[in-house]
Structure formats: structure tokens, C-alpha cells
Design a protein around this ligand. Structure first.
Ligand code: OGA
Ligand code: NI
Length: 261
């Protein structure tokens, strides 16, 4: 499921300058990626745990079989409490989702959502889009991801067997449901499968903020959503273990956590 929040989002932010703030942030992100390669080189790292890490393609360029047309500046913001005042939108959206699922207030808070990762994606102009993608078909591993996709399209969602483009709307945030919400909601919500196309005419820069559980947080279907006619579909696990499986094989990770019927 993908929710595209546009006018609504401005109301949530409810801040006269928010459009300017979004534009300024985007300009800075683009400026960074337009710097000469030698200026950016000091931030390049293969260490997955490094803060403010610049890398390319998907997880690890050196070992992955297929390379994607993307550079990433990734900045973890842990713990979320120290950063949430800068970008409270994601937690407000989680509160609304919590209410919509009929879970007690705050159920998706604390340990379940106290990690945040900012990922600024840059997809350079691609001379031959038939040869590669910006990002392959995937579902995000976390709870929700809030994406500022800027003014260039390229994000697609897989819906009813078809790829549907997510239209870039000015100052809109796209909200992707991740695997953890699928598990916690016991399948009531579905992780959004999505991918990013390349563009032969122009570069594209996006900013994604991932809301994650803390590594040792134990994830399981919420008790309130499980009963004899809705038995739990997934087993309990630590997020850090799930994430390990996800980075080695994002396609099979959910099946590994399913309970057998
Ligand atoms: C991601 C992602 C979408 C985009 O970073 O996981 O799906 O449009 N990004 O950059
Ligand atoms: Ni994604």
C-alpha cells in the first residue's frame, strides 16, 4: 500500500515556511551531489555502519552481483528522540496508522520506531535506461519510509501485477509501508513493492527517511490484531536478525519469518 500525502501533508507540518524548507533542503542535496568527485571522495565508505556514508549502487558495490544507477548519502539519526524535533512528520503518520489499525495509542512508538535513517539518493542521468534501474523491485525492511521525491519522476509501485508511476507532486511526501508494519499488523497492511527507473534526460535526487525499530526490539504481530479467526502469520524475531537476512536476500526474507499454516 502506498499513501501519497500532498496537500494533507502541508497541513500536518502546518508551518508557513515548510515549502521553502523543503526546497532549500533539496537544493543542498543536489549541490552536494554536483560537487566534483574528489571533494566527495572523503565520505565514500564500504563500512555499512559508518555515519554520513557516501556509497554507490545498492548495499555493497564490491560484492553485489548487479549494480544499480544510484549514489547514496546515508546518515543514521539515532536515537530518534534527539532528532525528531527536526522532522516529526513520520511519527505523526505512524500515530495515524496506529489509530487506523485500532491499536492502543503509542503502540508503534518507543522501541518500535526509535531509529531513523536519512538516505539521500542521487540517480545521475542515464545514457541507456534499458541497461539498468535506479533501484530494483524491493520492499523497505523497516516500519515506514517517508520519501521526498522532488520534481523528477522515476519511482514506481507494483500494484495488481502492474508498475504504476508515482507522480511527483510539488512538496509532497510519499509514504511507503515497510515489512515491519506488515508483520505487526498481521498482514492487514502490505509492504509496498517499489522500484526506481533511470532517466535519460535528467538526474533525480530524492530524500528518504526510514523509521526503524531499535536493533534488539522483538517484532511480532500485535496481540490486539490476532485471535482464533486471525491467527498470527509471522513469528517473533529481533529486528537486527531480520535486517541481517534482508541485506543478504531481500526477496526471501519475509517467507523466512512466516509461520507455517
Ligand atoms: C529507497 C527508495 C525511492 C526513491 O531508498 O528505498 O525506495 O524514489 N527510494 O528514491
Ligand atoms: Ni525503497
Amino acid at each position: 500500500m502506498v499513501l501519497v500525502l500532498f496537500k494533507y501533508c502541508k497541513q500536518v507540518i502546518n508551518h508557513g515556511d515548510s515549502d521553502n524548507l523543503i526546497d532549500d533542503s533539496m537544493s543542498i542535496f543536489k549541490e552536494f551531489f554536483n560537487l566534483p568527485a574528489e571533494d566527495k571522495a572523503s565520505l565514500y565508505s564500504t563500512d555499512l555502519n559508518k555515519s554520513c556514508r557516501l556509497y554507490t549502487s545498492n548495499f555493497t558495490y564490491e560484492t553485489e552481483e548487479v549494480h544499480f544507477w544510484r549514489d547514496i548519502l546515508r546518515h543514521p539519526c539515532h536515537p530518534l528522540q534527539d532528532h525528531v524535533q527536526i522532522w516529526p512528520l513520520s511519527l505523526k503518520i505512524l500515530d495515524l496508522i496506529c489509530e487506523g489499525l485500532g491499536l492502543e495509542q503509542g503502540y508503534l512508538g518507543d522501541e518500535l520506531s526509535n531509529g531513523q535513517m536519512l538516505s539521500v539518493n542521487h540517480y545521475p542521468r542515464c545514457p541507456d535506461p534499458s541497461l539498468t534501474l535506479g533501484l530494483p523491485k524491493h520492499c523497505d525492511p523497516n516500519l515506514i519510509t517517508v520519501v521526498l521525491q522532488g520534481d523528477v519522476g522515476g519511482l514506481q509501485v507494483y500494484k495488481d501485477g502492474q508498475w504504476v508511476g508515482v507522480e511527483p507532486l510539488p512538496h509532497a511526501f510519499v509514504v511507503n509501508i515497510g515489512y515491519q508494519l506488515q508483520i505487526i499488523s498481521n498482514g492487514k497492511l502490505r509492504g509496498a513493492e517499489h522500484r526506481v527507473m533511470t532517466n535519460p534526460r535528467q538526474a533525480r535526487t530524492t530524500a528518504a527517511t526510514f523509521i526503524n525499530p531499535s536493533p534488539d526490539c522483538v517484532i511480532h504481530p500485535a496481540e490486539a490484531l490476532v485471535n482464533s479467526s486471525n491467527p498470527p502469520l509471522y513469528k517473533a524475531f529481533k529486528y537486527v536478525d531480520f535486517f541481517g537476512f534482508y541485506t543478504s536476500d531481500p526477496k526471501t526474507v519475509l517467507n523466512l519469518h512466516k509461520l507455517q499454516a
